[in-house]
Design a protein around this ligand. Structure first.
Ligand SMILES: [Zn+2]
Length: 343
């Protein structure tokens, strides 16, 4: 099969579009012939070099395609079924899995990080991770859905438990997790404020249903939040920016507020005035990926037509370096996706 691989860590120039062995599904696994993949910041970190990546490596957590081959003991979905999948792989047997906390699994692996991923014509994945693609979704939309919606769902719904009438602030509305969070928070009945440094992205955020938009390039967003909420602060902040924004995110929270942390794209070391944390009784939720229950709840909502992944732009698989450069530039609004030729 054709794959976009790298043999050493580095910038986009290390990516090579080349022939790679087509993997064989083991027990409980399936081979999915991919038709689209979607990019995440994780792919950039993996390419640049993080521990636990064996070389040569195929990146990519998100993908969608059709079942091509079923491994021993698989066969829940017939060959040819259009599927997408939860990219998080758990053993199903450890104490965390038994409690239904699959993303805390002792043996947890992520597609495209700890094993070969979706930037290829095919990928092997446990059948239990797969679900049929909602009829209304294209392959591109299906590929753009899992990682960001799963991350946002778990943080907002499973952890922070956003309630109708609450206020939610989402930083950086150009990003995939932020857009998923906006859709989920509106669905939960919350009032949602979004930020961006780009007026066009703010306009699109408003068109997606944001109740107020804040230009974080020209204003201190925490002051804006204070005036928008009559000096009460918001109930929930979604901050995947990290170092550059944490302090203002904590300042934006009202009493009993919750800060949810899906990532830290600007850097992982943040400074916090802990007095704000205990005086205002703030809770900080970190999370990565989700459980099988989270995944099933999300797929149901997608099937009901309530969630819509936003596609920024698509590139052919062989132009993955350009696609990754677009993601790294921060210019995108929504998911950058790759079109993959049939196996
Ligand atoms: Zn486990």
């Amino acid at each position: 099969m054709k794959a976009m691989r790298f043999h050493q860590h580095g910038g986009p120039e290390v990516l090579r579009f080349e022939e790679a062995p087509t993997p064989t599904p083991g027990p409980g696994e399936v081979l999915v012939a991919l038709r689209a993949a979607a990019l995440n910041h994780l792919d950039l970190f993996v390419r640049e070099g993080i521990p636990g990546v064996s070389l040569p490596h195929i990146g990519g957590a998100d993908g969608a395609g059709v079942i091509a081959t079923a491994g021993p003991g698989s066969g829940r979905y017939p060959v040819g079924t259009r599927v997408f999948f939860d990219p998080g792989i758990s053993d199903g047997t450890c104490a965390f899995c038994q409690r239904g906390e699959h993303s805390l699994c002792d043996q947890y692996q992520l597609l495209g990080e700890n094993r070969d991923g979706t930037f290829a014509q095919a990928v092997v994945i446990p059948e239990v991770n797969c679900r049929p693609i909602p009829e209304a979704f294209s392959f591109q939309e299906a590929a753009a859905f899992p990682l960001v919606f799963l991350t946002a769902w778990r943080l907002l719904m499973t952890k922070a438990r956003v309630q109708p009438g609450e206020t939610v602030l989402i930083l950086g509305i150009g990003g995939g997790v932020a857009q998923a969070a906006l859709q989920l928070a509106k669905l939960a009945g919350a009032t949602v404020f979004v930020t961006s440094g780009d007026p066009e992205k703010l306009a699109r955020g408003r068109a997606m249903g944001a109740d107020a938009v804040i230009d974080h390039a020209t204003t201190d967003f925490s002051r804006e939040v204070w005036s928008l909420t009559g000096k009460r602060g918001v109930n929930v902040v979604v901050d995947s920016v990290g170092a550059a924004t944490w302090e203002r995110s904590i300042r934006s929270l009202g009493k009993g507020g919750r800060l949810v942390v899906p990532g830290a794209t600007s850097g992982p070391k943040a400074e916090v005035d802990l007095r704000r944390v205990f005086n205002r009784q703030v809770t900080i939720y970190g999370s990565t990926m989700g459980s099988r229950t989270d995944w099933d709840q999300l797929v149901t909502l997608a099937r009901e037509g309530k969630l819509h992944p936003v596609i920024d732009r698509s590139f052919p698989l062989e132009a993955a370096a350009q696609a990754q450069a677009r993601l790294a530039s921060g210019a995108q609004f929504g998911k950058v996706v790759l079109d993959i030729p049939p196996l």
